[in-house]
Design a protein. Structure first.
Length: 307
């Protein structure tokens, strides 16, 4: 049994982490830490991770669901206390701090897991297998959602390090880096940044691979009505499309049976296996693509975002 503590008890923790932990017999949620100190029944809640580690029940692991700007110090506290660490996406505010966390995990002999939940969407494994034997010519990402619906009142997402529209779009980039047979590189970006915040609300990113595939990503954080989370791939032998964030798969317009969508249960299954084997899994490629888009991106100031 892996005794786990949850740090940052917000929307994603309530919607995904707590149910996934409860459904996996290998885990027991024994403590939580959050500034709001939520009522979780018999599970003790503390104001911060330091108090949880010092005064709470014995823990084997910690899952961190805090905003990325606060992730580094929290993760360091857990790793230095000898706890395995599960990082909600994105794993950090910068690429270099994740490398630091990986080094500390090795030093203390504990597991670090940079989780990317969209890679565990039902259609992703079959898409990866199908593309493995084909030459990708072109790939288009359309990731458009309503920030007011999915991130109400979450001011951190607009601050430096919060990534704005790339907070959801990094899910698409995590799928992209999982399914592509070749490595992916950013070549250009156009970012629309509201005049009253630090992070983009929309954007267009161009990428390529060593094989010369043309990759584009069109991103929008203001789409109302039906939400769009699609990846379409044209190859030398047909067209593949992942829809609903990877939950649905079609090949040449024909639906492929992919089974039940179990992203967070899949994440915790992977984490349990890593802990059992004593192996870390650290992949920063999606975060690197975001960082590169910020580095080369041309910024356009647009009207203020008012929630």
């Amino acid at each position: 049994m892996i005794r786990i503590g949850l740090v940052g008890v917000g929307k994603i923790a309530h919607d995904q982490h707590i149910p996934a932990i409860a459904a996996d017999p290998r885990f027991e949620l024994v403590a939580a830490a959050s500034r709001s100190q939520p009522d979780l029944g018999d599970i003790p809640a503390f104001h911060d991770i330091e108090t949880m580690l010092a005064e709470g029940p014995e823990l084997d692991a910690v899952a961190l669901c805090t905003p990325p700007q606060a992730r580094r110090e929290t993760a360091l506290a857990a790793l230095r206390a000898g706890k395995h660490v599960f990082l909600e996406k994105p794993p950090g505010a910068t690429v270099s701090e994740v490398a630091e966390l990986a080094a500390v995990a090795r030093e203390h002999g504990v597991v670090l897991f940079t989780s990317w939940h969209s890679r565990f969407a039902a259609g992703v494994p079959q898409a990866k297998a199908w593309l493995a034997s084909r030459q990708v010519r072109k790939l288009a990402i359309e990731w458009r959602e309503d920030v007011r619906r999915w991130h109400p009142g979450q001011d951190w997402i607009w601050q430096a390090g919060g990534m704005g529209v790339f907070d959801p779009a990094i899910n698409a980039l995590s799928i992209l880096t999982e399914i592509m047979p070749d490595e992916v590189f950013v070549t250009d970006a156009r970012l629309q940044v509201p005049e009253n915040v630090q992070s983009p609300i929309a954007g267009h990113v161009e990428m390529t691979t060593l094989g010369g595939a043309q990759i584009t990503a069109d991103l929008d954080f203001l789409q109302t009505g039906p939400q769009t989370w699609d990846i379409t791939v044209w190859t030398d032998d047909g067209m593949l499309k992942l829809s609903l964030g990877g939950a649905e798969l079609t090949v040449d317009g024909v639906a492929v049976e992919v089974g039940e969508n179990r992203e967070y249960p899949g994440l915790y299954d992977r984490f349990a296996g890593l802990v059992a084997r004593g192996e870390s899994e650290v992949d920063v490629r999606p975060l690197t693509l975001v960082a590169d888009a910020f580095l080369v991106g041309v910024r356009e100031r647009v009207e203020a975002f008012i929630e």
